[in-house]
Structures are given as structure tokens and as C-alpha cells.
Design a protein around this ligand. Structure first.
Ligand code: DLL
Length: 440
């Protein structure tokens, strides 16, 4: 279902004039109200009036995550805190979190783009949705919650964690939709199997999965253990939260960006714009925000854009599944690799469980990589018990090694851990750990 056909099927020329008008209003607002932007525009020798077409976008300076951190907590807000209806924050792995604020109108925009996204993913008014993203400062829980209520769904606000409770509610409340991170979805699905619950007996039809990178291979695993259609959901706090883009349930080939609210570009590492179809870093400009303006924000997320209209009827540009974050790229003995690429290679090996962790050791001169995996459950059942000296393990390690070398020219140490020892995730999975921090 297309929630807002007027906005989602605009002709490109109409869309671009709307984007330009909104961009110019946002630039004026930024120059008038936010000292950071006023200074940045002056430094780049541009004024809002000098931006006359979308081609002029390149003259506008970038906003970086560091700028959000430096202005902690409210320095980038364009309204006094008294006009901010809600605050969220993205968990800072180091130091202070990134704080974001919403006026009443911003919350309405968020509901609107999320309602479009939910509808694109298969949600319909009257259905039940179980929200297993974390509630609180994280934008996942409340972002889904507010929009699902707004569009007429019945919300089960269970939040993340408590896998057994999740399963009980899936059985008893029979939601059609499940919203959580893909890694938590897998964990719920595997726990269902352990409990002997047949997933097709649940009422689930679709899963709304995002907030972390995942691969097509993981999608297949999740669809098998939960018996649903898994849809990729993308967003980030600095821009709004979830609701920036989503796959349509019909085609699932790229995520439709809500372009009348978020203007996308792709740039290379030096910040030069790249043509459609080329992979690079996603840069987003929020076109309709009031409290927190994000102008040419460098997301750090690696993707490409496809402007071809989609068979689903939407005309909005589609972004490819996120490959990873620029700062998560590993450089191991001259090979550049994203964790999601290792995931895709590992999950294609049938004798492995769909769990892995990458351990990077930087304590010696050059970084080295250990790939931790677990054997598939049915192998362990056949063996009776997990024995590190089992010769089949050596053969399995060799197969993994061969595959990683062939697919990614990567030659890491392979460690097959005992079953169920790699940490399971209820929120964003930790795929990469630094060796010194885990003491292995
Ligand atoms: O994760 C918002 C969200 C909540 C999106 C629920 C989807 C579902 P942050 O905590 O600010 O916000 O983290 C944003 O997470 O820059 C990406 O690196 C990553 N990310 C989000 N969605 C996806 C996705 C939320 N579908 C950061 N695929 C972003 C890959 C994703 N990475």
C-alpha cells in the first residue's frame, strides 16, 4: 500500500522543485538561528540566497558527527529547548551520546515518513505490530511506536530483550508485524525453534528489520526461522531516526528514500559527489526539520543510489542495502573489507550457524583478524558433543579459509567456537571486537 501517493509518486521535476524550495527555507533557518551553520556558511563563502538550484548543493559545507558531539547537548538546536517536545540520543560507544530534538511538527513529519515506510513494508491499519526495538533514548522503539499508533495499528510495546516473553506474545497476541534488529530477529527465531514452536503457526507476515548492517544471507536465515517476509528499514538519529528509507514489500530491491523530506547524495572519501549507481558515502540533508537541522550530513554509511522508478509505483530514489560504515571498514594486510561482506561469505556455508564475531588484534605491528564462528546445530547433534580435537573441525576451518580467500582475498585465523558461545544480541549486534578489549 502506498500511504501518501501524492508524495511518493511525484514526477521528478515536481519533486526537485519541492526539494529546492525546502532546501532554501532550511538554509535560511540555519543561517538565522544556528551560529554553527552561520559560521560554516561564511567560511564556505556562500549564503542561502546563492543556492539557486540543486546543482549548487556542492557549495554547501558538510556537517559531521563530530559537529554534533562538539555542540553537546543542545548547541545545534534551531529552537529554544522550551519548544522541543522530545529528545532522543544515539548511544555513544565512546564519550557523550549524540543528542537530537524534535518540535511538535518534527514529530508529525516523523510519524508521516514512518507511516509511509510501515505501509511500504506491508503494514495495514487494523493489524497488530510487536515492537522489539529498544524504547528510551534510542529512536527505534518510540519511532516505530508513534507512527504505528498514528496509522491505526495495534501496538505491542514490548521493547528489546526478554526473548521468552517475545515468543509468548507472538503466540498469544498473534501480531502480523515484528519490528527489531535483524540480529535479535534471528535470536528470537532460533529460540522459537529450540522451544519446538512451528513459526508458520504464528500469525507473523512481515518483519521490519534495521538499525544495523545485515546481508541477504542473514535475511534468508531470518525468513526461514520466523516464516515471514523480512524488509530492510534504514534511518539515523541525526536525520530523524527510522523512516529515512525502506524496501517496498513487492520488490525489495533497494530502499525508497522519503526524498521530499531527505535529500540524498553520494560522495567519495574526499567529499566529491559521485554519479548515480556509484558506491560511496551517503550524505543526507533534512529538508523539513525545525528543531535540529542536518545539512549535508555525512552519515558514514556506504551505499549507492538507483533513480529508476520502481515496479511498486513509487518514483523515489532507492538506495542499496548499506554495506557498512566507513569507520567500520577493516584494513587487514592490505585488504579492505566490511563485516557485512564477511557475514555474507560465512552464512553461505551450510555447516555453520549464522553467528560470527570478528576479533581484530592491533597489539602487534600490523592488525590481524580472527573470525569466530559456531558449527551448525545439526553437526553438533550428529557429533553428540563438541570436541575441539574432532578432525571434522579442521576440515571445516579449511573450507571457511578457502571461501574467505576466494571471495574476499582475506586470510584470517578461523576459530570454531563451541555452540552458543558467540554473544547473541537483543539490540545492535557487536560484530567486531578489539582483541585487547576482550582479553582473548
Ligand atoms: O538505528 C535508527 C533506526 C532504528 C533505523 C530502527 C532502523 C530501525 P542510530 O542509533 O542513530 O539510529 O543509528 C544509525 O545505524 O547511520 C547506520 O550506520 C545504522 N543503520 C541503521 N539502519 C540500518 C540498516 C537508528 N537498515 C546508524 N542497514 C546508521 C544498515 C543501518 N545499517
Amino acid at each position: 500500500m502506498i500511504w501518501n501517493p501524492g508524495a511518493e509518486t511525484l514526477r521528478r521535476s515536481e519533486l526537485e522543485s519541492l526539494q529546492l524550495e525546502r532546501l532554501r527555507a532550511t538554509l535560511r533557518r540555519a543561517a538565522e538561528r544556528v551560529p554553527f551553520y552561520r559560521d560554516a556558511f561564511a567560511g564556505a563563502r556562500m549564503t542561502p540566497e546563492s543556492i539557486r538550484s540543486l546543482a549548487d548543493l556542492e557549495r554547501i559545507p558538510f556537517t559531521l558527527k563530530a559537529h554534533f558531539r562538539e555542540s553537546y547537548p543542545f548547541g545545534l538546536f534551531a529552537v529554544p529547548v522550551t519548544q522541543v517536545s522530545r529528545i532522543h540520543a544515539s548511544s555513544g560507544t565512546r564519550g557523550k551520546p549524540t543528542v537530537v530534538g524534535y518540535t511538535k511538527n518534527d514529530l508529525q513529519v516523523w510519524r508521516e515518513v514512518m507511516a509511509r515506510s510501515l505501509a511500504a513494508a506491508g503494514a495495514e491499519p487494523g493489524q497488530v505490530i510487536q515492537i522489539a526495538y529498544g524504547y528510551g533514548l534510542f529512536t527505534g522503539g518510540l519511532g516505530f511506536h508513534d507512527a504505528a499508533e498514528y496509522m491505526g495499528l495495534t501496538v505491542v510495546p514490548v521493547s528489546s530483550g526478554n526473548t521468552l516473553l517475545q515468543i509468548m506474545l507472538l503466540q498469544d497476541f498473534r501480531p502480523q508485524g515484528l519490528a527489531c534488529t535483524p540480529s535479535f530477529a534471528l535470536h528470537i527465531g532460533e529460540t522459537l525453534r529450540e522451544q519446538g514452536v512451528e513459526p508458520s503457526k504464528l500469525g507473523l507476515r512481515y518483519g521490519l528489520f534495521g538499525a544495523e548492517p545485515w546481508s541477504e544471507e542473514l535475511r534468508r536465515e531470518i525468513e526461514a526461522v520466523l516464516a515471514l517476509t523480512a524488509v530492510d528499514f534504514y534511518g539515523l538519529s541525526e536525520i530523524i531516526g527510522p523512516g529515512v528509507s525502506v524496501e517496498c514489500a513487492e520488490v525489495r530491491d533497494g530502499l525508497h528514500i522519503n526524498e521530499d523530506h531527505f535529500l540524498p547524495e553520494i560522495v567519495d572519501s574526499a567529499g566529491n559527489r559521485l554519479p548515480s549507481g556509484t558506491e560511496g558515502e551517503l550524505v543526507l540533508t533534512a529538508l523539513t526539520k525545525e528543531a535540529l537541522l542536518a545539512i549535508r550530513y555525512r552519515t558514514g554509511d556506504v551505499t549507492s543510489l538507483n533513480p529508476e522508478p520502481c515496479k511498486c509505483g513509487r518514483t523515489t530514489v532507492r538506495m542499496a542495502r548499506i554495506k557498512g560504515r566507513t569507520d567500520d571498514m577493516l584494513v587487514i594486510k592490505g585488504v579492505n573489507v566490511y563485516p557485512s561482506q564477511v557475514e555474507a561469505a560465512l552464512l553461505a556455508i551450510e555447516d555453520l550457524a549464522p553467528h560470527y564475531q570478528l576479533v581484530v588484534d592491533r597489539t602487534r605491528g600490523f592488525p590481524s583478524l580472527e573470525v569466530h564462528v559456531e558449527p551448525a546445530e545439526r553437526l553438533v547433534q550428529r557429533w553428540g558433543r563438541f570436541e575441539p580435537s574432532n578432525p571434522e573441525l579442521a576440515a571445516l576451518r579449511q573450507r571457511i579459509s578457502d571461501r574467505l580467500r576466494a571471495m574476499l582475498t582475506l586470510n584470517p585465523e578461523i576459530v570454531v567456537d563451541p555452540p552458543k558461545t558467540i554473544p547473541r544480541s537483543v539490540g545492535k549486534a557487536v560484530r567486531v571486537v578489539e582483541k585487547k578489549s576482550v582479553g582473548v
